[in-house]
Design a protein around this ligand. Structure first.
Ligand code: V55
Ligand code: FE
Length: 488
């Protein structure tokens, strides 16, 4: 008998969904562009069974992957669990065996040594497979069409690392997937690596290096010549696990760094440079990064203080929701400089934002168009409360050439999930195409996949694929073309 905790992490807007199924030819309002052929895959945490611990993190839910297959103006919906080793062991047992988020000390002894990953953070088609990722574990491969799970990959035995990040980038120049790992040699190790995976799925090289902290390493930036890591003191320790504290805690007294590694196969940790941010801050997801010669630009929302109330201040300071709001900022460092100082810091918008996206054909390059979710505190919210949901309430386009923004608010009952840009055609100019995003009505409990003209999001959706359920708040997703889905 399933009893979920009566806490805000598992009730109201965050009530688990746990629904696997298919809807053929989803009900459409408006017109889905007939030239779109591909799929939007995205993922959210969704516990298969009630958690072992009432106060467990939202981030510990099992990965539930949704696919919206778009073709000929129609949308088919499919949703399946990522069948991780954890999912299979618990499915057989009929209950949770793994304990708290990233705390193996809280597990049932029967699963000691098993991979704890949930594959709940990002999904991306590469080399004919759907890569389902969680940063504490190896990469899980799934079938991009059926959503059947193949299992974890060690890249034919070539990967040295036991973990794989949830935010790889595809370099449009080479088609390589650029990825990293942290705690590569196991929990509480400082080991990291940078690696590239060819368009056919072969691991080409892996460069090991050491981190300065035992901290969350969530996202990174890739430029034509460099891999760039934002390193902030969102720290963990064995002591935190022993005390059953939240896995991470934020330390406002320690510096934030930008670490830069050349991307060549022969590069080593000795080639890495560490640049120190002028003050402590909280860094979010990466919009894009690029370099002009040795000068590197790194765009990401930056907040004055901790953005994650569920990973509290390690010195006991109360959470400050205003200081936790991030604003898209451009950091710049120069590999030719002879000190560890930043070249410049520029705040690019006054909109509180997160979940930044670009036209991914411009990843690693100078670029003009960005999209992001906005936390507009002027707007009312009428849904049930909870973390994240209700706060993240608008979709914005930013023109980085002019700094101007256009935004759309779905109304007081709704939240909105991470957008994804889809080019109108393979050779369309930058930013010409559509943006798709799930809009969740927290009162009626329906979600709609909304399609926008990418540079006119303020005009509202041009089409909505209307689901008869509400999809739980998720993390990340990506578009793949019909050809990619066919393995071409
Ligand atoms: C994040 C999400 C995770 C995680 C670590 O910022 C960081 C997002 C969904 O899981 O484990
Ligand atoms: Fe993320």
């Amino acid at each position: 008998m399933a009893h979920f905790p009566n806490t805000f992490g598992f009730t109201g807007t965050l009530r688990p969904l746990r629904l696997q199924g298919d809807i053929h030819d989803v009900e459409i309002e408006g017109e889905v562009p007939a030239d779109l052929d591909g799929a939007f895959h995205r993922v959210h945490p969704d516990n298969q069974f009630a958690p072992k611990f009432e106060d467990d993190q939202f981030f510990n839910g099992d990965g539930m992957v949704s696919m919206f297959r778009v073709n000929d103006g129609k949308v088919d919906f499919r949703q399946r669990y990522a069948q991780t080793d954890k999912w299979k062991l618990e499915n057989k047992a009929g209950k949770s065996l793994f304990g708290m988020y990233r705390n193996h000390l809280t597990d049932d002894p029967s699963v000691e040594g098993q991979i704890r990953g949930t594959a709940n953070t990002n999904v991306l088609v590469h080399a004919g497979k759907l890569y389902a990722m969680k940063e504490d574990s190896p990469c899980l491969l799934m079938d991009p069409n059926t959503l059947e799970t193949h299992g974890y990959t060690d890249f034919g035995g070539r990967i040295d690392s036991k973990t794989f990040c949830a935010h790889p980038k595809i370099d449009p120049a080479t088609g390589n997937m650029c990825a990293f790992s942290y705690m590569s040699k196991g929990p509480m190790t400082h080991d990291m690596s940078y690696m590239e995976i060819s368009p056919t799925g072969e691991l080409l090289f892996e460069i090991p290096f050491q981190n300065k902290y035992l901290c969350m390493m969530h996202d990174f930036g890739v430029t034509e010549d460099y891999a760039v890591f934002s390193v902030m003191p969102l720290l963990t320790s064995m002591e935190r696990l022993e005390k059953r504290l939240p896995y991470f805690g934020f330390d406002t007294t320690q510096p934030v760094w930008l670490a830069v590694l050349p991307r060549q196969a022969g590069a080593t940790a000795a080639d890495m440079r560490w640049f120190k941010a002028p003050s402590n801050c909280f860094v979010g997801h990466v919009m894009n990064a690029f370099n002009e010669g040795t000068r590197i630009y790194f765009d990401h929302p930056v907040a004055a203080n901790n953005s994650f109330p569920f990973f509290p201040d390690i010195h006991g300071a109360p959470f400050d929701p205003i200081a936790g709001l991030g604003y898209l900022s451009r950091w710049s460092v120069d590999m030719a400089s002879n000190n560890d100082e930043f070249e410049s810091i520029e705040k690019l918008t006054n909109l509180a934002d997160e979940f930044p996206r670009i036209d991914d054909r411009y990843a690693t390059q100078a670029y003009r168009h960005g999209w992001m979710l906005v936390m507009d505190r002027e707007k009312p919210y009428e849904g049930p409360g909870g973390p994240f949901v209700g706060m993240i309430n608008s979709l914005a386009h930013i023109d980085l050439a002019t700094g101007s923004t256009k935004s759309w608010w779905p109304g007081p009952q709704c939240g909105i999930q991470e957008p994804c840009f889809v080019p109108k055609s393979a050779d369309a100019p930058e930013g010409e195409g559509y943006v798709i995003a799930l809009v969740d009505n927290h009162v009626t409990n329906y979600s709609e996949l909304c399609f926008f003209d990418a540079q006119h999001v303020d005009e509202g959706p041009i089409a909505r694929a209307k689901l008869p359920v509400r999809i739980r708040q998720g993390l990340h997703g990506n578009w793949s073309t019909g050809a990619q889905l066919a393995g071409i």
